[in-house]
Design a protein around this ligand. Structure first.
Ligand SMILES: Nc1ccn([C@@H]2O[C@H](COP(=O)(O)OP(=O)(O)OP(=O)(O)O)[C@@H](O)[C@H]2O)c(=O)n1
Length: 421
């Protein structure tokens, strides 16, 4: 198979896995996301393999293996720098309490394996010669841009309720439509989502938020009322209107998209932080969103008075240029009634005011704590940090030149005033 969308090294190593399995009398195919993405012209980042060989046979045939999920038939095979999940053809046992089946049955037949998969586009296998096995016409659906369940949608969603969020995530990320019967099945089965662990749902939402059409996904979530049932605070009211411009935020600015979503749900910085801490977000991702919301809360307290520029400089120093830039992006897509009174002026001048700032950090200040102690003749203490911050603010706002001479004079002046006071 000549892969166009996969790294040649990875495709070569995967091909070795297929040949070894075939050389020992087993069938082996690429399957699922990698075949789908290749057909769509999207980059292929990992390759799953499905085979007639049993997990113990797979383990015996390869030197380096990890028993990732032996009971579900999955062995990870390591070749070169790559890892491949090799899963035995299987059908899944009964789904009790909406959880993944405790048991799976291995089968010797590829078409049975494909029949248990979620969507037609994910139920295509491809062999080493590049021949596709596509019994549910997934390639046609890819061409038409349609997400369609394999077989009976309600049954697919009953088997695994997370598939409903996956369905919307795929529609959102690919900009695809959802087939009528699949959507109908989703509406009928939506209550099942309450049994799914919230971190799995959030991981799907995160993928959606990184994609090119997040509004499409969010409005489908709103219309389906899927997440209201899943104890996630996204209501359809939050989605309507408030989020219509989320796609104007570039996809690399995921934190800004998340912050907008949190605002739409009426969450404070602290509440959003708590929620994100509970789920799968990295500390970095969470802190970025929190900072945006805290800054937004502070900006909403500002009034449009003559000191707006100075107050803005103070916020730039407190939150840093990156967060402030991101906040301007956030503010530009907020509905008018959800912006503070100073927002318009900040949108108009905030970037210029930030560009005019001479310095941003204490270490850029031409005077340090030991200088302050020497000038004053006083013992060190919290006053040193306080005074340095005041000097930084004045230098940043252009109220004081950032030279040792000017700063020293300012310190003397402050000391005298303090003594008089
Ligand atoms: N709830 C699920 C999850 C997965 N699958 C099947 O398992 C394959 C691999 O799943 P996974 O790696 O989770 O997702 P991908 O489809 O590869 O897509 P992505 O990497 O974008 O999540 C899917 O293509 C699909 O055939 C399924 O039927 N039901």
């Amino acid at each position: 198979m000549k892969w166009k969308q996969a790294d040649a090294g990875m495709a070569g190593c995967a091909e070795q896995v297929l040949s070894v399995l075939e050389a020992h009398g087993h069938e082996a195919y690429w399957v699922g996301g990698c075949v789908r993405d290749e057909l769509m012209g999207r980059s292929v980042n990992d390759m799953d393999i499905t085979t007639s060989a049993r997990p113990d046979e797979v383990t015996r045939l390869f030197e380096r293996t990890v028993p990732t999920g032996i009971e579900h038939g999955t062995v990870t095979v390591l070749v070169g720098d790559y890892a491949f999940e090799v899963t035995t053809y299987r059908v899944e046992g009964s789904y009790e309490n909406h959880r993944r089946p405790a048991e799976v049955a291995f089968v010797r037949n590829l078409s049975e394996d494909l029949r248990r998969r979620d969507f037609t586009m994910n139920a295509i296998a491809c062999d080493r010669q590049g021949r596709f096995v596509d019994p549910y016409h997934g390639e046609d659906d890819i061409r038409k841009g349609i997400i369609r369940c394999v077989g009976e949608a309600r049954v697919r969603f009953q088997e695994d309720a997370l598939r409903m969020v996956r369905c919307i995530r795929f529609a959102s990320v690919f900009g695809y439509r959802i087939a009528f019967n699949t959507w109908k099945g989703l509406l009928l089965e939506r209550d099942g989502i309450q049994y799914i662990a919230l971190e799995r749902i959030w991981a799907e939402l995160d993928k959606m938020m990184e994609g090119p059409h997040p509004y499409l996904g969010l409005s489908l979530l709103g219309r389906s009322r899927l997440l209201e049932k899943a104890r996630v605070p996204f209501t359809s009211a939050a989605v309507d209107g408030f989020l219509s411009r989320i796609g104007d935020i570039p996809s690399k600015e995921t934190a800004v998209r998340w912050a907008l979503l949190m605002l739409a749900c009426g969450l404070s910085g602290q509440e959003a932080g708590n929620l994100m801490r509970q789920y799968t977000f990295s500390n970095d991702a969470r802190e970025r969103v929190e900072a945006l919301l805290y800054l937004d809360e502070e900006v909403k307290e500002l009034s449009r008075d003559t000191h707006l520029r100075e107050q803005w400089v103070g916020l730039v120093l407190k939150y840093g240029q990156e967060t402030v830039r991101r906040w301007l992006l956030l503010c530009s897509v907020l509905p008018q009634e959800n912006r503070g009174t100073a927002a318009d002026e900040l949108l108009a001048h905030g970037l210029d005011w930030m560009d005019e700032m001479k310095i941003f950090h204490l270490h850029e200040l031409q005077i340090g704590g030991s200088d302050l102690i020497a000038i004053s003749g006083k013992r060190g203490g919290p006053w040193v940090g306080e005074l340095l911050k005041q000097l930084l603010f004045k230098a940043a706002a252009g109220m004081l030149p950032n030279t040792k001479l000017d700063l020293t004079e300012e310190v003397r002046r402050v000391m005298v005033t303090d003594e008089k006071g």
